[in-house]
Each structure stands twice: as C-alpha cells, then as structure tokens.
Write a protein that binds this ligand. Structure first.
Ligand code: SER
Length: 317
C-alpha cells in the first residue's frame, strides 16, 4: 500500500518535526513538505519541498496532482496571541485553508485529512478542571472561534460527504527544534531558552496560570497514530481532547532550578493572561485513550531534562 503525504505549513513548530518523523516512517520521497517560506536547514535537506499557499485552492491542487497525494496534514494556522493582533487575517487563513483541504477530499482528490484543533475552543464558561470532551464551548479568541467553527465543519464534511477527516485538540506544545508560532503557551518554551542564555525569565503569564501542555514527541505520535488508526475507531469527527500534563510557570521554573540552580523568574502578565484565564487548566482525554489507544509518555520532569539538554547543545556550538 503506497501513500503519498503532503504537509501544508511544514516549516512551523509542529510541521517541522512531523515532516521529519513521517519521512523516517514512510521514506523521504513520499512525504512532501510545503509552506509559504523555507524552513530550517535540517528540514529543507531532508526531502522534497514545494512553496504552497494554504489559502490558494489551485496551488494546493496542483501539488496534490503532481505527487498523487493521498493524505494531507494541514498545519498552517495563525495562533491565539498573533490572531488577536490580526483578527481578520487569522479568520481568513484558518478557515479558508481548512475549506480548501476539505473540498479537495470532498472532490475525491485526496483520501485523508489531518487538521489540528486546540484547547482554545474552550472559553471562560467551560469547566476548568478535567474539561470533558463534550461541554460548554464559548471561545473568546479569534483563534478559538476559528477552531470551534472548523471542528463543526469537519464533522459536517464527514457526515454529509464522507470526508475522512481526523483531528486533535492540541494543548500547548513544547519543543526545541523550531520556534513556536505566536501562541499563549509559548512562555513554556521561552523559559528554557532564557534560563540557559540569561539565567532569568520574565513570564507574560502569572505564576499560577495552569494550562494543559504536551512535549512535541507525544504530539507527533498522537498525530500519526490518529491518522493511522482504522477508520471505525475514529468515533469523534469534530476533534479529540488530548493532553500530556498540566503545569504553571512557577512549577516549570522550579523544575528548571534543579538543573540551573541560579535561575530566577519574575512575572509581568500582558494581554495573553486574559487568554490563558479563559482556557482549561486540565483536560479529560479518556475518549482518545479508549477509541484509538492514545497514551502520553513524557511528564514535566522528563520534558525539562530533554529541553535543557538539547538547548544547551544548541547554544554551546
Ligand atoms: N498553543 C496554542 C496557543 O497558545 C494553543 O493551541 O495559541
């Protein structure tokens, strides 16, 4: 069974590592990376790359035809913090790109779609602890509104047109290879860089802001697993709750101090505090665990070890 994969938004934080992993599994030439700009050296050297604008249907179609693509991972999006600065653009990018890919699948040009949703679909009226799969959803950010609308459209395209679309509500994703792209959870990445570079960090969220998070390796595994699962196992066609861990800035800084004893943190919350306050503190992802065998591997302690080890190598050379 041969499949050919297109990743749109392959140069972003998640797209970069997703592309590398998919190439490791499926072979270099059957995984096409695409974005509106070039990515890291490691990504660009790892296999085929095409310039693709996620908002241009014809552009995506031509690449799908050129490589006989069967599966598309749509990773291009404007995240929560940047989205608040450019609400129109965020809505346009997040919705048009999704419609382009869903319509390609509806027209039978591709077989399977992965599209990420987010914890941003929840809002201030959602229960904060152990947030259930099905609950009150009144998102207050443009990003969250676009992801919630997107979830409804995914389910609609599955129900009405049989489009095989699969989705996960990503929590904050922590990684060290590619930079994060303008999210509210980005503090949890910056803190590791600043700990090594300066020995101190000023957090834009206050010390008790607890949010659901996940290390990138777990996120990539979940993404590939949901796409590889038998069709019948994917019972939710909007998007699955998913989590690895939950922590606050104070907790991650205590973890960093174990390795960088002189590290200090201060707090200067900005507009992102309000976004964080509107999101869940922890997530109930039992349906993903039951339906397609999701199981996270990395906790705060392990993640901190990996981040500090890899970033120190990066900063020494
Ligand atoms: N990490 C994302 C953000 O902060 C949440 O999906 O916008």
């Amino acid at each position: 069974m041969s499949k050919s994969i297109l990743i749109i938004g392959a140069c972003g934080q998640i797209g970069t590592e997703l592309t590398l992993k998919l190439r490791e599994i499926n072979g270099t030439d059957s995984v096409i990376a695409s974005d509106i700009h070039e990515g890291s050296d490691e990504l660009m050297k790892s296999g085929p790359f095409e310039f693709v604008n996620a908002m241009n249907f014809e552009n995506i179609l031509s690449i799908v035809q050129k490589y006989s693509i069967s599966d598309v991972y749509l990773m291009a999006a404007m995240l929560s913090a940047t989205g608040e600065k450019f609400p129109d653009k965020a809505w346009e990018l997040n919705m048009n790109s999704l419609f382009n890919v869903l319509n390609l699948a509806k027209a039978g040009k591709i077989k399977k779609v992965f599209w990420p949703s987010s914890i941003a679909v929840f809002g201030p009226t959602t229960p904060k602890e152990n947030t259930p799969q099905k609950t009150v959803m009144e998102p207050t950010t443009v990003y969250g509104i676009s992801k919630q609308a997107g979830e409804r459209w995914c389910e609609y395209y599955f129900d009405k047109y049989g489009v095989d679309v699969r989705s996960i509500r990503y929590p904050g994703i922590i990684s060290w290879k590619a930079n994060p792209g303008g999210g509210t959870t980005d503090y949890a990445i910056e803190i590791y860089h600043k700990a090594l570079l300066n020995g101190n960090y000023t957090s834009f969220l206050n010390k008790n802001s607890k949010l659901p998070m996940m290390y990138i390796d777990d996120a990539i595994e979940a993404t590939i697993n949901i796409m590889e699962a038998e069709k019948e196992k994917i019972k939710i066609r909007s998007s699955y709750n998913l989590t690895g861990m939950s922590f606050t800035p104070e907790e991650v800084s205590a973890e960093i101090k174990k390795t960088v004893p002189n590290f200090t943190i201060s707090y200067n919350p900005d507009f992102r505090q309000q976004i964080a306050d509107s999101w869940p503190k922890s997530i109930d992802d039992s349906e993903a665990r039951e339906d397609w065998g999701w199981n996270h591997k990395i906790d705060l302690e392990k993640m901190s070890e990996i981040m500090l080890e890899n970033l120190s190598l990066k900063y020494i050379v």
